[in-house]
Design a protein around this ligand. Structure first.
Ligand code: NCD
Length: 357
């Protein structure tokens, strides 16, 4: 495999991504053929942040492959509550298990964990940054429901600033041909600059619109998202943004007949319940694709023959990342590693935030 760990879906080559999508479909068709594919292997799920689907689908995926699962879903029940560092937890768990799925409220945590784990690490969501296995879920859904991953007009609506599923999905879909993104949000919740940079560097185009009704007739896919209450600085700021975009039956009147409506879930109030009965609503079947997608990913990663121990990484710059939600803010021992992009700008390798020298 191109990479031992999956921190970003870009850690898979285009060919590996295609193979995993195919394998997910194969497992879905013939699950009994894979019932012992990971027999004797152990998955750790380390969830420092709430989760229903991601955690349960990872666990079910491993159990359906014949493997076992350990872990925590509340760090207060682990030694984290005694002040244990991420490095120490990961070093130990990496010695107990064969593969680790980690979710954390701080950005760049999965990358940091991968630096101390002998077992492969999967990013199950790092703050408002990335969520590659949700994107794997989304692309398996799109491949099956649309028949292709190219040439689509994809609307993304809601909290495009804090929605990690949005960031990962745009990054991945930018690699396919001729996709066009319609970004539907308030100016306050627009996509971060690093995601705009990704779209600008690709052959995909994008436009930003303030209204769902305006965007609707042009869309092949509508990806609705929840306003990420827990990532707002204050309740007042959240109150200003909530309830602005609501998909209901009336708004769907001008939509294409073959539109596909996706949502990573959980839903709060951004899609009315009546939409669930519309045949274009795919967000519940999307969760099922997600389990098969994770089965395919786990099986592929455990079949990887690259067992090289993780190399020690040293500071590349004597600079602090300026993102207050970067993992380097709390785990002070982490090496300060940046990518140079010219001028006086550096990009943090954990959270991708731009920092001025
Ligand atoms: C998403 C997440 O955790 O980022 N949920 C999920 O994993 N399916 C979306 C969200 O919480 O809004």
């Amino acid at each position: 495999m191109k990479s031992k760990h999956i921190i970003d879906l870009e850690d898979l080559s285009a060919n590996e991504l295609t193979e995993i999508i195919k394998l997910a479909n194969e497992i879905k068709e013939r699950p009994s053929d894979y019932a012992e594919a990971c027999k004797g292997k152990i998955l750790a799920t380390l969830f420092y942040e709430p989760s229903t689907r991601t955690q349960m689908s990872f666990k079910t995926a491993m159990l359906r492959l014949g493997g076992s699962v350990i872990g925590f879903d509340n760090p207060q029940n682990s030694s984290v509550s005694k002040g244990e560092s991420l490095k120490d937890t990961i070093t130990v768990v990496g010695g107990y298990t064969d593969i680790i799925a980690i979710r954390h409220p701080l950005e760049g945590t999965a990358k940091a964990a991968s630096m101390y784990s002998d077992a492969p690490v999967i990013n199950a969501g790092d703050g408002g940054h990335l969520h590659p296995t949700q994107t794997l879920t989304d692309v398996v859904t799109l491949y099956n429901e649309k028949g292709s991953l190219d040439g689509m007009t994809i609307g993304l609506c809601g909290d495009l600033k804090n929605g990690r599923t949005v960031h990962s999905l745009i990054k991945t879909m930018s690699h396919f041909r001729n996709n066009r993104f319609v970004l539907i949000s308030t100016p306050e919740l627009a996509v971060p600059q690093y995601i705009k940079d990704v779209m600008n560097a690709s052959d995909c185009t994008y436009l930003e619109v303030p209204s769902l009704i305006e965007a609707m007739p042009m869309l092949d896919v509508l990806y609705m998202t929840r306003i990420q209450r827990e990532r707002f600085a204050s309740e007042e700021e959240y109150e200003k943004e909530k309830g602005v975009f609501v998909l209901d039956k009336e708004k769907l009147l001008s939509a294409k007949r073959d539109l596909k409506i996706l949502h990573p879930l959980p839903r709060v109030d951004e899609i009315t319940v009546e939409v669930d009965d519309d045949e274009r609503a795919k967000y519940f079947i999307q969760t099922v694709y997600g389990m098969y997608a994770r089965m395919a990913l786990i099986k592929t990663m455990l079949g990887n023959t690259d067992k090289t121990p993780t190399a020690r990484i040293f500071d590349t710059h004597n600079v602090q990342c300026s993102n207050p939600r970067c993992i380097t803010k709390t785990e002070k021992y982490l090496p300060k590693i940046f990518r140079e992009v010219g001028g006086d700008m550096l990009i943090c390798k954990y959270c991708e935030n731009r920092t001025l020298i």
